[in-house]
Design a protein around this ligand. Structure first.
Ligand SMILES: Cc1ncc(COP(=O)(O)O)c(C=O)c1O
Length: 361
């Protein structure tokens, strides 16, 4: 079959997701309940109880196809963000929106400007559409907007900016992001990835740029603070033209009914979200100060994870895993001396800190 596949597919790098917990438990002979996973920036606080109730109810109607237009969810998001529903596209995670952007806009040889290290899916999607990733090194772990602007050419079709970024957790300032976006030429689409925006007290607001008619698309997800990573649902918003183009290439039922129902109620539970934001900040600050006290250097991020320098990240990952603590090694991101640790519950954070002491290389 390999000879029959498109060459580009054979060349395509493979995304390495965190392993399922039961898989790790079986391999290492550990009790599943004793393992903690701090590897995928999931919320340790789970989904809002209201979202779980809504999901259960939706499950009983599982014999029916979902609303292919995600009508109610788009209305609710629009109401929350003061947008119109036709400015929004709902996806199977915001990952799907990134892929749909590729379907609509990327031609062979187009350039896509992105920071490095940044969320790996930007590069994977760029390569999938035979476009060219233009990777711009971060400066002190933060996106270097001047350096990125300098790499924009006639061939640039898209620019990705996640803020806070994954895996560094660092954010750029709103005024810098807005100035950067305003300076982009009209043949470039600016994709602002807000996967971790809800962890900030006041996330940058690019809606004025969208209203001005600029080529700006913002991405959000229910996988992080809303605790719905397993249901796969996220969305993007921008101008109406953008949304109608993306709707032409997405599958008719790309998001399922259970995820749509859960997301609707998750959005409304603002108290739960506020609570998660506060608990995340406390957990992150605790991790940062405990690590500093133990002489471990870490990058001051603003999301739901911390990145720390540990010598040999892969080795530390393996040692921690044997003790039932799963973190993310970052050698795949070109950062072999770092690991990324998601903020857990207070108990999980303590367990990580205790185990780290015994496992440091
Ligand atoms: C920066 C960034 N963007 C997008 C995503 C994808 O999220 P989703 O689960 O909505 O596909 C992630 C997930 O880790 C991320 O870190």
């Amino acid at each position: 079959m390999k000879q029959l596949a498109k060459q580009l597919v054979a060349r395509q790098p493979v995304y390495e997701p965190g392993r399922p917990l039961d898989d790790v438990a079986r391999e290492l002979g550990l009790d599943l309940e004793s393992i903690i996973k701090l590897a995928s920036n999931e919320s340790p606080f789970g989904p809002s109880p209201a979202a779980v109730r809504a999901a259960r109810e939706a499950l009983s109607r599982g014999h029916l196809y979902p609303d292919g237009n995600a009508t109610y969810l788009k209305e609710r998001i629009a109401g929350k963000l003061s947008l119109r529903p036709d400015q929004i596209v709902v996806g199977n995670g915001s990952n799907e929106i990134i892929e749909l952007l590729g379907h609509v806009f990327l031609r062979e040889g187009d350039e896509v400007v992105m920071g490095t290290p940044a969320f790996i899916v930007y590069k994977l999607v760029t390569l999938l559409f035979e476009a060219v990733p233009v990777e711009v090194p971060l400066a002190e772990h933060r996106h270097d907007l001047d350096a990125m602007a300098a790499r924009v050419t006639e061939r640039t079709r898209m620019v990705f900016l996640p803020s806070p970024n994954n895996p560094t957790g660092t954010a750029n300032r709103e005024e810098d992001i807005v100035a950067f976006a305003r300076d982009l030429p009209p043949h470039v689409i600016f994709v602002f990835d807000e996967a971790y925006a809800e962890y900030l007290d006041s996330p940058p607001d690019l809606r004025p740029l969208i209203e001005e008619g600029r080529n700006v698309v913002c991405l959000r997800t229910f996988s992080k603070i809303y605790g719905l990573a397993g249901l796969r649902i996220g969305y993007g918003y921008g101008g109406t033209e953008w949304a109608s183009l993306l709707n032409r290439v997405r599958q008719p039922f790309n998001t399922n009914a259970v995820a749509q129902a859960a997301a609707l109620d998750a959005l409304d539970d603002t108290r739960f979200v506020r609570d998660c934001r506060r608990k995340n900040r406390e957990g992150r600050e605790h991790l940062e100060s405990a690590l500093a006290a133990a002489g471990v250097e870490c990058v001051a991020g603003e999301a739901n994870f911390v990145m720390l320098t540990v010598g040999n990240g892969r080795k530390l990952f393996e040692r921690l895993q044997r003790e039932g603590v799963i973190v993310r090694p970052l050698d795949g991101y070109g950062l072999p001396e770092f690991v990324r640790v998601s903020v857990g519950t207070p108990e999980e954070n303590e367990r990580f800190l205790r185990t780290l002491k015994t496992c440091r290389c």
